[in-house]
Design a protein around this ligand. Structure first.
Ligand SMILES: [Zn+2]
Length: 547
């Protein structure tokens, strides 16, 4: 536990105040008027799978089922909406240039100069280039490339991106979706590496309700579904641009879908199953930042400029959604200044901006960091769901010397919890409310979360495995950033890389047992190893259209 606390301190210190906020499913528009969606003209889209998927380059772990991952990723979106993919194969390796497409929508993993040129660093695992008509918004082509400089796998290998998760996210862009502010959504702007929270990063393989609502809004089926629409305004009546508005199902507490208000303050959450919903509005400066929703053009481009902050607000009335109807709800914010801003969360001794995956029937110690949390007591923490409960007596204000408070508390997850995304709600002693929208993610049964166990702590691993032919070093904990010296290799040493990067070192034989020396990292080394991977730059859409 000592190790976990150390990791928390360092991550929190490093992230400091600079971590921005998030939003929910977002449709793309051709311009700032938000009147024309970007979408395919029909419900049938032909996708060319590059031959590179069958013979992937060295950045993809040998033996990975690349073709299967691509097909499963396409199937996720087809199952959620009235979109159909026609699969063809292609010998093409590179995506089309920005100057113009070839009419073939390609998914490629090839290591070609054209694909390499799409990426400025290895922490953007994939990109999608979408060609559309600037007047009608009709997509004519969309190409997806995985970053040849990033490491991928399909089996949860530490420190690699999950190939299927990345493809599922990019196919969302291919269909016309922008990034979402719902932390648990596949279309959230950041993708975790395997090993975050010492778990495989498989959650984005499965669409959240927010993703499903987004794709249904573009391609149907609309039958049997309803919508909520209205405006968000400041206390003085001015429209709120870039507010995250989301709807949580009152029966289960699951957050179903959200949207981002446009320049005139209007929001619209489409394709909601009939039922009763709670509506919540937040300023995007937490796990997802408003600037991460901004495209190079379209309705949200203006979000690169900060908007006036406001307190999260829960609509006083619940909204009844009926099939084929739009319920109306306008939301007026108070002029009280916001102080409470939970922006990081985590389990297993790590803090991040990625939703934490929870399993039914278990109790978790959850950490949350952010401004004003020292003004929240145990009874001020809640999850508005009958399937999850917070043990208020378990709340601890961590004394970590961070520039903002970090608290921990226990959450109990019911055995019969429905799969979906759940919100964490905080209320400070002066009554201010703040949320982490969709920060708790329960994956569907059958997800592969249990397929591997978290690697053990490096010291214990070294001790336990010392007579084995390999030693596994897991950088999670205070040894991240440590230097390992192997005297049998002329004193060769290496660093224990990032916090999620496991190093397995092949030993020629048991004669070398005990030969390793682990030099504890300096504070600076540890900080670098722990924090850098957590602040992945979001990928973003390349829009070929008006800027
Ligand atoms: Zn993206």
């Amino acid at each position: 536990m000592h190790r976990s606390i150390t990791a928390l301190i360092l991550i929190a210190l490093m992230l400091g105040w600079a971590v921005p906020s998030a939003r929910s499913y977002t449709l793309q528009f051709t311009d700032a008027s938000s009147s024309v969606h970007i979408r395919w003209p029909t419900n049938s889209v032909t996708i060319a799978l590059s031959s590179s998927l069958a013979s992937p380059s060295a950045n993809i772990k040998p033996g990975s089922d690349v073709m299967g991952a691509a097909r499963r990723a396409l199937r996720q979106w087809a199952a959620a909406s009235n979109i159909r993919f026609v699969e063809v194969s292609s010998n093409a390796q590179s995506i089309s240039p920005s100057a113009g497409g070839d009419g073939i929508s390609l998914i490629t993993v090839a290591n070609t100069p054209e694909n390499v040129a799409l990426f400025t660093s290895s922490d953007r695992p994939g990109r999608t280039r979408v060609y559309f008509d600037p007047v009608t918004g009709v997509i004519s082509e969309a190409d997806i490339a995985l970053n040849p400089s990033s490491q991928f796998s399909t089996d949860g290998t530490f420190g690699t991106y999950d190939l299927e998760s990345v493809l599922t996210h990019e196919i969302g862009h291919l269909l016309g979706l922008e990034h979402s502010g719902m932390v648990g959504a596949t279309m959230q702007p950041r993708l975790a590496l395997n090993g975050l929270y010492t778990l495989p990063a498989f959650s984005p393989r499965t669409l959240s309700e927010d993703d499903r609502a987004g794709v249904r809004a573009l391609y149907g089926p609309r039958t049997g579904l309803g919508a909520i629409g209205g405006t968000v305004s400041y206390a003085g009546g001015a429209p709120v641009y870039g507010a995250h508005v989301w709807a949580a199902d009152t029966l289960t507490g699951r957050s179903i879908a959200g949207s981002i208000s446009s320049q005139n303050g209007a929001y619209r959450i489409e394709d909601l199953p009939p039922g009763q919903y709670r509506l919540i509005v937040e300023y995007l400066n937490g796990n997802v930042l408003a600037s991460e929703i901004a495209s190079s053009g379209g309705a949200y481009a203006g979000l690169v400029n900060p908007q006036a902050a406001f307190r999260a607000t829960e609509a006083a009335a619940q909204v009844n959604v009926a099939a084929a109807a739009t319920a109306s709800l306008n939301i007026s914010l108070s002029d009280a200044q916001p102080f409470l801003n939970p922006r990081l969360l985590g389990i297993n001794g790590q803090l991040s901006t990625i939703a934490v995956p929870l399993e039914p029937g278990r109790t978790y110690k959850v950490y949350v960091g952010g401004d004003g949390l020292d003004q929240v007591n145990g009874t001020g923490i809640s999850i508005t769901s009958p399937y999850m409960s917070v043990d208020s007596s378990s709340m601890v204000l961590q004394q970590l010397g961070t520039p903002y408070p970090i608290i921990s508390f226990n959450i109990r997850v019911a055995e019969d919890v429905p799969a979906g995304d759940y919100d964490l709600r905080f209320q400070s002693n002066n009554g201010e409310v703040s949320y982490i929208a969709g920060g708790l993610s329960v994956d569907e049964v059958g997800s592969a979360l249990l397929m591997w166990l978290p690697a053990s702590d490096s010291d214990e691993a070294a001790e336990a495995d010392v007579n084995q032919s390999t030693i596994g070093f897991n950088g999670t904990g205070e040894d991240a950033g440590a230097t390992i010296i192997d005297p049998y290799l002329s004193g060769e040493s290496f660093a224990l890389g990032s916090h999620y990067a496991a190093r397995r070192i092949a030993l020629p034989g048991s004669a070398r047992a005990g030969a390793f020396t682990l030099i504890p990292p300096t504070a600076e080394e540890r900080l670098k190893a722990l924090v850098e991977p957590l602040v992945n730059a979001p990928d973003y859409l390349i829009r070929i259209g008006p800027s």
